[in-house]
Ligand binder design. Structure first.
Ligand code: ZN
Length: 156
């Protein structure tokens, strides 16, 4: 396992569309292990492969309930909407208020190329939507109603 460099917002790779994974081979598994290590090291709750410079449709998430690895994830259903503050490991020091669905269902492949369906609410829904956006070159700042520079101290 190895830490990978997290690409920053000005890196054009973050604006590209990632490609579907056809085969979960050793390289993909190594990528996933590195992504998990990189995410935990940076104390993030999610990371998408383009954030480490790889244009594959792979995301990892941990909202405090253990690691979730999703390959070729797609949102297949969503309900409600809510506003939450978001941040991104690729945009340090910035948070933004973003309106997104409150509950989402995503379909993906797991490490064994088996189909998995995951329903998320609250922070997990938010992480799924945020990370899947990364696979299409979308950053949360594109959707934020208000962007806050966290370096300017204001109450949370
Ligand atoms: Zn992000």
């Amino acid at each position: 396992m190895a830490l990978r460099k997290i690409r920053q917002y000005y890196d054009e790779i973050l604006r590209k569309k990632a490609k579907e994974v056809n085969k979960v081979d050793e390289r993909t598994k190594e990528l996933i292990e590195d992504m998990l290590e990189t995410m935990y090291n940076a104390e993030g709750v999610g990371l998408a492969a383009p954030q480490v410079g790889i244009l594959k449709r792979v995301i990892v998430i941990d909202v405090g309930e253990g690691p979730i690895v999703l390959i070729n994830p797609k949102i297949i259903d969503s309900k409600g909407e809510c506003m939450m503050k978001e941040g991104c490991l690729s945009i340090p020091g910035i948070t933004g208020e973003v309106i997104r669905p409150e509950i989402v269902t995503a379909e993906a492949l797991d490490l064994n190329e088996e189909k998995v369906v995951i329903e998320g609410e609250g922070l997990l829904a938010r992480a799924l939507l945020h990370e899947i956006d990364h696979l299409d070159g979308v950053l949360f700042t594109d959707k934020a109603l208000r962007v806050i520079d966290s370096d300017i101290k204001e109450g949370d």
